[in-house]
Design a protein around this ligand. Sequence first.
Ligand SMILES: [Zn+2]
Length: 327
Amino acid sequence: MGRCCAIIDPICADHDNPSHPECNARLVNACSGIPRDVALLAPEPALREDVERVHDPRYLSWLEQRCAATATLGWLDSDTYITRRSFDVALHAAGAAIAAVERSIGGEHCFAFVRPPGHHAEFDRAMGFCLINNVAVAAKKVLENVDTIAIVDWDAHHGNGTQNSFYGTDRVLYCSVHQEHFFPYSGTVDEVGAGAGKGYTINAPLQAGSTIADYYHVFSEIFVPAIERFSPDVMIVSAGQDILFDDPIGRMRIRPVDFEPLTRMLVRAAGVPLALVLEGGYSPSHGAAVQHIFAGLTSDGTVNAPGIPSERTQKIVSWLKSEHRLP
Ligand SMILES: [Zn+2]
């Protein structure tokens, strides 16, 4: 059983486009699943030096100016919009991720409900609804005080920006399970890290339509043993719930209740409190999923094998097991 808190920052509403899937209404829906007894905190924004550990200072200045010059709504690419306030909002989102990780180090699970999301944002560019890479900023900051961090990214999309931030280091284990042949079209099994980081990036691309049986197989056979072997000081989850069955973007078939065993498996594998940071998730059942994530954090329970994974998933898992020399 673990103590829990959540981070919500009302400034997120200033980065909004109601006709876009990544709108503030989806955050309100996600937050509807936070249990009433969970303490809510409001964070400080990230400092410029914090975000410059991950992003090119020239990109940050450009982004700041682009936002300041935006009257109501602007576009950085065909997916990614900004408002006049988006740069400030993004600094607050990164600050919330930092606060979530610091809370987890302090001994409680913490879920930062932030927008815009972060895991596609690269060193020198915005991408896929993301402006600043919240998880990467938080991880790089706390790496000044801890040795190792594991990041599990269960969003339907591969977290290219996060992977690239830590591709060459053995201090961050990045594990992503995502929909194959899908935006941003990276995250193949043979992307395993480079140099000192070789073996510290694990990608499990799954077929569209995958269910909890597939996710359970990846978690139990790959992520859990990899995290146990790594024994991280800090455990971060890039929590994108766009793998839900009713998501309008992702095409996976995870039910809200399935998030409970997935969360519980990570809590047990890591042996430290979890810091969760919101990524995607655009469906009506997002609030219910959040409720089950908190149940996985705060209550003990058995985790039962939920059925037989697809042959394709079994093949991916056996390839990863051998490549990453997992038991
Ligand atoms: Zn996503």
